[in-house]
Design a protein around this ligand. Structure first.
Ligand code: HSE
Length: 429
């Protein structure tokens, strides 16, 4: 029986999940793949905390070197997270001749190029299925299943926390703060939820997807990123009245010779396949020249779903190890677009909500300014005045340029009849 030895670095929730799966399914995986997967060593700086899985003391260590330089170990699985020291550990594992599996999207987004170049030059593999979409096999689909396609569009709901909050607001009519609190109470949102609700986590994942889909290495800092914190319940409700849902979308879209990369709350038609992706679920919608439209849906986080992805990488590398084939180039990205389009030049339709004093001439002034900036109104509705003198005016526009919209809203928000910063949400689909 062929044996593959694994060294795990990071024995937290996901690490313990992977160990549990490899243990519980050892025979099952052996029968299915013809390879016996053995955990040789587990490294973590904290060996005291009780884990969900029992392992022999002999394989536990605090020393990373005992994993990196153990000649018996074939695959190093990095599940510690963070950029440093994970980056140096992965690079050193490759230099020591180990294949690597990682779930670390932040690191791949920042340093994927360097890691993949080194792996390619050494004929080693880096598996990263767990970096985007948890148990959803989107990485392998883009790398292998769709390899013959020219990818035109990727829409991702790839942050479960934000999707849970927006779904909760929409379905239970609660505000952002209450929805966030429920997410935290249920363990879906971190105590410090910034990375998720700011769109940062989606930005990291979009950077990985853009590399696979379009061959463009773009660090997250160069991806336009807007989170969900400014979305109010009323926007979700007005959007629904207009036939839309609001979702935090990560978007990679071919636009002529260039590619648009952006993360922001987005109105999508209730008829779009993504409109019903609710709660903590993730989904990735892809259009390619051969496949047409494809949708991937599933659990984007959690120990079980993420372990499924990590183990799939371990199995893929193990099969490769025993096939006798040399991995000349494990990860090959073909750049097939020019530059990333400047956000200012992007054109979309917009949902806009003004908070305006209800008096004659206000709407005329607003539409005058929009017209001056080449923005054409598709529909407008002024919500009924109850007691307040300030009323919401909701507009949908035809396609307009980002730069023009920014200039128009700056001018409109400076009017004395506008009482709050205008809310704008882009429309897709
Ligand atoms: N925090 C992420 C989410 C899961 O909410 O989807 C890990 O990528």
């Amino acid at each position: 029986m062929k044996k593959v030895k694994i060294g795990l670095i990071g024995f937290g929730t996901i690490g313990s999940g992977v160990v549990r799966v490899l243990r519980a399914k050892r025979a099952y995986l052996r029968d299915k793949t013809g390879v016996d997967l053995i955990i040789s060593r587990i490294c973590d700086k904290d060996l005291k905390t009780k884990r969900q899985v029992k392992v022999s003391r002999n394989i536990l260590t605090k020393s990373i070197s005992k994993v990196l330089y153990d000649p018996e170990i074939d695959i190093v699985v990095e599940l510690m997270g963070g950029i440093r020291p994970a980056r140096d550990i992965i690079l050193e594992a490759l230099r020591s001749g180990k294949h690597v599996v990682t779930a670390n999207k932040a690191l791949l987004a920042e340093s994927g190029g360097k890691i993949f170049d080194l792996a390619n030059s050494l004929g080693l593999c880096v598996g990263f299925e767990a970096s985007v979409g948890g148990g959803v096999p989107i990485i392998r689909a883009l790398k292998e299943g769709f390899v013959a396609n020219k990818i035109d569009l990727i829409y991702g709901i790839i942050n479960g926390t934000s999707n849970f909050i927006l779904s909760k607001m929409a379905d239970d009519a609660c505000d952002f703060k209450s929805a966030l609190k429920i997410a935290q109470d249920r363990g879906y949102a971190e105590k410090d939820p910034y990375l998720d609700i700011s769109g940062g986590d989606s930005g990291h994942k979009l950077s990985v997807l853009a590399l696979l889909g379009f061959g463009v290495p773009v660090p997250p800092k160069d991806i336009y990123t807007e989170g969900i914190t400014d979305i109010e319940l009323s926007d979700i409700q007005y959007a629904r009245e207009l036939g839309y849902e609001i979702k935090l979308l990560a978007i990679a879209k071919r636009a002529g010779q260039s590619v648009e990369l952006r993360v922001h709350p987005t109105l999508i038609s209730r008829n779009h396949l993504l409109a019903n992706v609710k709660g903590v679920y993730n989904a990735v919608f892809i259009k390619g020249d051969l496949i047409g439209e494809n949708l991937f849906f599933g659990e984007g986080a959690g120990a079980a779903a993420t372990s499924s992805a990590v183990v799939s990488d371990i199995v893929a590398i193990s099969k490769c190890l025993h096939s006798g084939a040399k991995n000349e180039k494990c990860i090959c990205f073909k750049k097939d677009v020019g530059d990333v389009k400047k956000m200012d030049d992007i054109r979309t339709r917009f949902y806009i909500r003004f908070s305006a004093i209800d008096k004659p001439g206000v709407l005329a002034r607003i539409s005058g300014i929009l017209g001056k900036h080449d923005i054409s109104i598709a529909s407008v509705s002024q919500k009924e005045r109850k007691t307040a003198k300030v009323v919401p005016i909701v507009m949908m526009t035809h396609e307009a340029r980002e730069r023009d919209m920014a200039r128009a809203l700056k001018e409109i928000d400076a009017l004395t009849s506008i009482k709050k910063k205008t809310v704008k949400v882009r429309v897709e689909g």
